[in-house]
Design a protein around this ligand. Structure first.
Ligand code: 5MM
Length: 341
């Protein structure tokens, strides 16, 4: 009985995260990634600067109109606004579900140069219990898969999908919806077709592992990369080619029991990411069994960060940019990005 109650709570949270035309805001940059983004713009790399920036994000007016959930980082889930309200509380008041990144990062995979495996399973059960108490209702774990000559190896794909499935099972045991993020990186000169093949293989292996580990598909979300040619690929692909390749690949590999798929942006510009999502909805309207939405970090945040530059005077303008890009992706779910509607 208790398990049934837990599963139905997981299912309703998973559905709420992908409901309507909303999507997720990924704001789970680890300290080193956040500092790196700040350094590029000359923003001081301090705890206070990171806190101020996260306050700017979560207090953006009307954010809850287009954002259903926000993925936080360990530092952020414990932070408060200048006035002393916890960031979790600010999100809840805006109708946004708080979530937490729980992986400890992608580390070199021993014996396989150029490949990584994501760590963080040791002690995860205890950390999940604490995050639930801090207000998180879902979690996220990212695995990265590099494409290149001889890559990805079977060893890399197996190690990563196994860790993703064990993480997902632990989350569901704790009462948190797992967002499962296998990112096929855009780095390299591989073609769109090659990315399709790698993504198809990784997702096939992933869902086999999720099944083996007993993960309830109805109570999880998938956060994949779009199927894209590598950044250095000489052959350009059109927006429609990306949309067709991405949704075709997902239709072949993601069971209909999964309530939703929320893409990462992976280094695409905000315009590209929104255009691709919009085209997927136009070309596959009513042909997809799951909700299809966004869980972008850079493609929503980057313009806001560039406006803010660490200055209080720029907060309102930066929040305007954040809202703009969040609402563009909401519009893309309605097939209205770029139509001026
Ligand atoms: C915010 O970036 C997340 C990873 O941060 P760390 O590398 O610092 O741990 C990342 O998982 C992010 O949530 C997703 O990849 C989506 O980000 P993009 O920018 O690709 O949309």
């Amino acid at each position: 009985m208790a398990d049934q109650v837990k599963t139905s709570a997981l299912i309703s949270t998973a559905r709420a995260l992908v409901a309507g035309d909303k999507g997720l805001l990924a704001m789970d940059e680890s300290t080193s990634t956040c500092n790196q983004r700040f350094a590029e713009l000359g923003i001081p790399q301090t705890v206070e600067a990171r806190r101020s920036y996260r306050e700017l994000l979560v207090t953006t007016p009307r954010l809850g109109e287009c954002i259903s959930g926000a993925i936080l980082y360990d530092e952020t889930i414990r932070q408060r606004t200048r006035e002393g309200t916890s960031l979790v509380e600010v999100l809840l008041r805006a109708g946004i579900i708080p979530g937490i990144k729980v992986d400890l990062g992608a580390k070199e995979l021993a014996g396989f140069p150029g490949e990584k495996v994501t760590e963080g399973l040791d002690g995860l059960r205890e950390r999940l219990t604490e995050y639930l108490q801090l207000g998180a209702r879902f979690a996220k774990w990212r695995a990265v898969i590099a494409t290149g000559e001889g890559l990805p190896t079977q060893a890399c794909m197996e190690a990563n999908v196994h860790a993703l499935a064990r993480y997902a099972a632990l989350c569901q045991e704790a009462g948190l919806v797992p967002i499962v993020e296998p990112e096929v990186l855009m780095d390299g000169s591989h073609t769109l077709e090659r990315c399709f093949g790698v993504t198809e293989e990784v997702l096939g292996m992933l869902f086999a592992q999720l099944y083996t580990q007993g993960v309830a598909l109805e109570g999880m979300l998938l956060k994949p990369s779009m199927v894209l040619a590598g950044k250095d690929c000489p052959q350009p692909s059109s927006v429609d080619q990306v949309a067709d390749a991405t949704v075709t690949c997902l239709l072949r590999t993601v069971p209909a029991a999964v309530p939703g798929i929320a893409f990462l942006s992976g280094g695409q510009s905000p315009e590209q990411a929104s255009r691709h999502l919009n085209a997927m909805h136009i070309r596959f309207e009513r042909k997809m069994p799951w909700a299809l939405t966004f869980s972008f970090a850079r493609a929503i945040q980057q313009p806001a960060l560039e406006i803010w530059k660490g200055q209080d005077a720029n907060v309102a303008a930066a929040q305007g940019a954040l809202y703009h890009w969040a609402s563009c992706n909401s519009a893309a779910r309605r097939r209205q990005y770029g139509t001026g509607v």
